[in-house]
Write a protein that binds this ligand. Structure first.
Ligand code: GUN
Length: 318
């Protein structure tokens, strides 16, 4: 068996195109241009790339996009003052503070300062709680992207066994909620989990968000499994050049899996696409109306259904 790659670049491109259509509609019908503010503290090279990518795609779909690049030693109070200003700025619909933050800044004080209606990362406890309770919420972007990728290869998730490796607030925890809501039996695992290989072998879907290069081996997989690799790890290739690798031993895994996401080009672009989608959702829902393109603006329940492209992706992949 050779696994079919799930092309996150292509799927994310279709989502971004849909967001661009929604933005055009918002401008035409309501004179609204969604605005996204991205805040970076310090100059970590990986975070700088992510922030630039997010801002570039925001502009490309027609948002107004602002970047705030603060020095690494900025006082926490200064960051909180910026967030307060963005909270009351009506041209800003989404506020994203890139993580991780330097150690002198209290991450929770910052995340909790963001107006939950502009919390396009879905990290505020208000949104995390609403997601857990099954209420409409802004939902973290990477889990939405992972769910979408899975739905492009399997239309009915009911009854499937899933292991999610990694219990972060950014990926593992919210993803476990989304997959549970979709009818999966979800095991939340981590690096310390006993019998991780056996757990994976029993699973129809393996999602790894552990940040450990090559963790998931080919012989850990049930034949035909869906493998979603959220890991982004720095490694060195055979010529000594730097490269990015996931958590999954890709070459081994392709011999057993049914479907697999590559790194790069799998989950990464989906995170950015759903950041854009969340910003449109925030722009619409904080003004209290629905887009006529999208009657069901319930991110939690219809995160994939709202993207009709999902069905098209399923046909394109199979
Ligand atoms: N750092 C790693 N992933 C993310 C993300 O999705 N959002 C933010 N704000 N920071 C991150």
């Amino acid at each position: 068996m050779t696994a079919i790659p799930i092309n996150g670049n292509a799927i994310a491109g279709r989502i971004r195109a849909r967001v661009a259509r929604e933005v055009a509609l918002l401008k035409r019908q309501r004179d609204i241009t969604p605005g996204l503010a991205v805040v970076l503290v310090g100059d970590d090279p990986a975070s700088s790339v992510y922030v630039r990518t997010k801002a570039r795609h925001a502009q490309a779909v027609g948002f107004t996009s602002q970047q705030f690049l603060l020095p690494v030693h900025v006082a926490e109070t200064e960051l909180l003052t910026l967030i307060q200003a963005l909270n009351i700025d009506d041209s800003v619909d989404g506020i994203l503070v890139q993580l991780p933050l330097p150690s002198h800044i209290d991450r929770w004080r910052v995340l909790e300062a963001i107006d939950p209606s502009k919390d396009v990362d879905g990290f505020h406890p208000y949104n995390a709680g609403r997601l857990a309770a099954g209420r409409p919420a802004l939902v973290p972007c990477t889990p939405l992207g992972v769910l979408h990728l899975i739905k492009t290869v399997v239309s009915d998730l009911n009854g499937l066994d899933v292991v999610v490796i990694g219990r972060s607030n950014i990926v593992g925890k919210p993803l476990a909620v989304l997959l549970g809501d979709a009818g999966c039996t979800v095991t939340g695992a981590q690096l310390q989990t006993r019998n991780l290989p056996d757990l994976c072998r029993q699973s129809d879907i393996v999602v790894s968000a552990a940040g450990s290069a090559g963790l998931v081996r080919g012989d850990w997989l049930k034949p035909g499994a869906i493998v979603i690799d959220v890991g982004i790890n720095r490694a060195i290739d055979s010529t000594g050049a730097p490269k990015l690798v996931g958590d999954v031993a890709f070459t081994e895994a392709t011999k057993r899996a049914g479907y697999i996401t590559p790194v790069p080009g799998g989950v990464g672009p989906m995170t950015v696409a759903y950041l854009l989608a969340n910003t449109v959702s925030a722009a619409v829902s904080r003004r209290g109306f629905q887009l006529s393109l999208d009657h069901e603006h319930d991110q939690v329940r219809s995160s994939c259904r709202r993207w009709q492209d999902c069905a098209a992706d399923l046909q394109a992949t199979t």
